[in-house]
Write a protein that binds this ligand. Structure first.
Ligand SMILES: *Cc1c(COP(=O)(O)O)cnc(C)c1O
Length: 424
């Protein structure tokens, strides 16, 4: 399988080359030339995530040097569950936060790190640059901590991440964390500018691990495949998903999985006050905007980078999609209400998706709906605990992070500051 640039001006590459490139040289993003077709019967046991992963991802690695190691990579990466829990209101919650940093980005970050660590060596050094609005950097730092060949630099916006997120960005031995005087879009612009500077890119072997990296998106298809097959076997119906959406990375993976023939019906994107996608799906016009700070801060994205992949137009991608946007007050009310009525505590991002279920009509609620829960509520406890009126216990992995020392440097939002850090 080859991957092409959304801008169409760069040569197509096999998957490991596309992963190392991050963004394509023409500024586009890599997308598969076409998608493999699967049926439910291709998967023996949907509860076996490594097995689902290997079956699903093999066609994407055909012709690539990493194919022989894909089984090992899947076993290493998918070593924690993605359980679906049934809520009192009949919806299912797909819990994607049982990994080491308690957010869904663990799947993509760990997969990319496992691949890159197998691709890098003394002759091919790698420096991964990550711009993060919150959870990405933690997941990537954790995934690469202890990597043999690759270095990681994380950029995050000062004052825009929760205290615990900040700890999770700055606690990984060997990982450089930079606190940028700007917002997430500034961080993302700095990373893009570094990639656009050929001298920097070549001397340091710059690569990306943001959700623009196709190596992050492919493994995210796995939990949509596994959960949709499970729902289909249980109910005889396709699974419909409500996905809390920022950069559209998680959402794109679901749309790709659907276009691969997995039993996925409608897909609804839930947004916070950053409503570029909502406006697009309502009015057909895409208008990127400056990002707005919200309670669901990992979704504070004014110009979702994966929209370009959506527009790249693989077959059937755009069918059966809806989107909505809610403000912080509505997010808070949802958390409070569901804690009371469902005994279920959401993180603010997951609460955005939970709202989407409540506004469905009764005929729609008769079908299976999966609310995608993207992070453990403990990570946002400063905001969540006052709403629910009690403390939230950390997951075991989060409890361990709490005691690790932080290391971070402040830099202004410009490329020369980043270049100085690279030069050491
Ligand atoms: C990153 C993130 C999101 C948004 O995912 P995208 O792939 O950017 O759409 C939602 N929830 C949490 C907890 C996140 O960390």
């Amino acid at each position: 399988m080859m991957f092409k640039s959304t801008k169409g001006q760069s040569p197509s590459l096999p998957v490991s080359q596309a992963m190392l490139m991050g963004a394509a040289p023409d500024g586009g993003l890599y997308v598969p030339h076409d998608l493999p077709r699967f049926s439910v019967d291709d998967f023996d046991d949907p509860s076996d995530l490594p097995g689902v992963a290997q079956t699903l991802l093999t066609p994407f690695f055909r012709g690539d040097g990493l194919l022989a190691q894909l089984g090992d990579i899947c076993a290493e990466v998918f070593n924690f569950p993605a359980p679906m829990v049934r809520l009192k209101n009949g919806a299912r919650a797909l819990e994607l936060f049982h990994g080491p940093t308690a957010a869904f980005k663990d799947f993509g970050a760990r997969f990319l790190a496992a691949c890159m660590d197998r691709l890098a060596d003394d002759d091919h050094p790698l420096t991964v640059l990550v711009a993060t609005s919150g959870d990405t950097g933690g997941a990537v730092g954790c995934a690469f901590a202890g990597a043999k060949a690759a270095k990681v630099i994380i950029l995050y916006p000062k004052g825009r991440v929760s205290p615990f997120q900040e700890l999770q960005l700055t606690c990984w031995p060997g990982v450089t964390a930079l606190r940028v005087a700007g917002d997430f879009d500034d961080c993302q612009a700095m990373v893009k500018a570094a990639f656009a500077a050929p001298k920097l890119k070549e001397s340091y072997g710059l690569s990306s691990a943001n959700s623009i990296n196709v190596g992050r998106l492919l493994p995210q298809m796995v939990y949509y495949a596994a959960s949709s097959i499970q729902v289909f076997k249980e109910t005889g119906h396709k699974a419909n998903y409500i996905i809390p959406t920022g950069n559209l990375g998680n959402g794109m993976a679901c749309l790709w999985a659907r276009s691969c023939g997995l039993p996925i019906g409608d897909v609804i994107f839930g947004q916070n006050a950053n409503r570029a996608l909502t406006d697009y799906f309502h009015a057909g016009r895409y208008a990127p905007a400056a990002s707005i700070a919200t309670l669901a801060n990992a979704m504070d994205v004014g110009n979702p980078s994966n929209f370009e992949r959506f527009m790249a137009g693989l077959p059937g991608l755009g069918q059966g999609i809806r989107a909505y946007s809610i403000d912080d007050q509505t997010i808070a009310a949802q958390i409070k209400k569901d804690a009371e009525q469902l005994d279920h505590v959401w993180c603010p991002h997951s609460a955005v998706a939970a709202y989407g279920y409540d506004i469905l009509g009764d005929d729609e609620k008769a079908l299976p709906w999966v609310i995608v829960a993207t992070a453990h509520a403990f990570k946002f406890r400063e905001n969540v605990e006052p709403l629910i009126g009690h403390d939230i216990a950390p997951s075991p992995a989060l409890a361990a992070i709490k005691d690790m020392p932080a290391l971070v440097a402040d830099i202004p939002a410009d490329l020369s500051a980043l270049a100085a850090v690279l030069a050491g």
